[in-house]
Design a protein around this ligand. Structure first.
Ligand code: G
Ligand code: G
Ligand code: MN
Ligand code: NA
Length: 254
């Protein structure tokens, strides 16, 4: 309850910020996109990461306001990057089940990015496995409607929940994000490498992109590249950073 109150206040005081983590090509470290991650500026000035206030996202009203404010900032920042002539592919936006339950997520995305003249193919909706497999009717419906409009859909945290490779055939997505827990075990655990190798092979056959998450070490890059993974993100390349710092990174490395 305390957490919900803190986030609610931060929302009304414009203290919820979009930070961004680069997604890079593993062979060249060139930035191809970013993932937006919510941050809260605390009354003492410290920046709290989403993990610290994640519990508040379970309140659908909070989740919806947060998604709205993050999308508005993303629209403004992407407009700036496009105006600066920066060549990048997409920005990921995390959404949760509450965002789908309201039924107007599609319209909100169309309106927000339309108003900023941001083409929808620059937007990637990140839906985690639990939400994807949660049996909510609006999820597959909204996902396919948005894909028809050109929005990319990423299956986030792949490998942590119940999504199987079979599900991917019935619920197509554009991007699979391999969870950090697999990336951590690659190299030290032969079974994890085999599983990740299979995911990559199936994704390639289904024409889906693969992004490995939470890369912290150079030997992980090596192992992922050997398995055929082309894209990744993680502290090794860059921590999530402010819109301003992201603009500098994109200007230099995109
Ligand atoms: O950035 P951090 O590691 O603190 O994120 C923790 C969790 O919060 C991750 O699971 C991430 O997907 C989620 N998260 C971060 N930003 C957002 C957001 O804007 N909306 C939603 N729904 N989840 C977010
Ligand atoms: O659930 P989701 O995949 O959206 O969560 C992304 C979260 O992972 C972000 O909050 C981000 O801060 C965190 N993250 C990104 N890269 C790394 C990394 O290399 N190591 C660790 N420990 N966390 C990371
Ligand atoms: Mn994500
Ligand atoms: Na992710």
């Amino acid at each position: 309850a305390r957490m919900v109150r803190d986030v609610d206040l931060a929302l009304s005081e414009n203290r919820i910020l979009a930070h961004y983590q680069p997604v890079v090509r593993l062979d060249t470290a060139e930035i191809v996109g970013v993932e937006a991650l919510a941050r809260m500026r605390m009354p003492d000035g410290r920046i709290a990461s989403a993990g610290e206030f994640h519990a508040a996202f379970a309140d659908p009203r909070i989740a919806w306001q947060l998604t709205g404010q993050i999308m508005n900032q993303v629209a403004r920042d992407v407009r700036q990057w496009l105006d600066d002539g920066i060549d990048f592919q997409h920005v990921g936006i995390n959404v949760t089940s509450g965002d789908f339950l309201r039924g107007d997520l599609e319209q909100r995305i169309v309106d927000t990015f339309g108003a900023a003249r941001v083409p929808l193919h620059h937007i990637a909706l990140e839906v985690n496995e639990a939400v994807f497999m949660g049996g909510i009717d609006q999820v597959p419906k909204t996902v396919s409607a948005l894909r028809e409009r050109g929005v990319l859909v990423a299956l986030d945290d792949f490998g942590t929940g119940f999504a199987s490779l079979t599900h991917l055939l019935s619920f197509p997505v554009d991007v699979i994000k391999i969870d950090k827990s697999f990336v951590d075990r690659i190299g030290s655990d032969a079974a994890s490498s085999t599983i990740v190798g299979c995911i990559i092979e199936v994704a390639r056959k289904l024409d889906m992109k693969i992004v490995a998450e939470g890369i912290e070490a150079a030997d992980q890059v090596q192992a992922l590249a050997e398995l055929g993974c082309k894209l990744g993100q993680g502290f090794l390349f860059s921590r999530p950073c402010s819109a301003e710092d992201t603009t500098s990174l994109l200007t230099t490395f995109a």
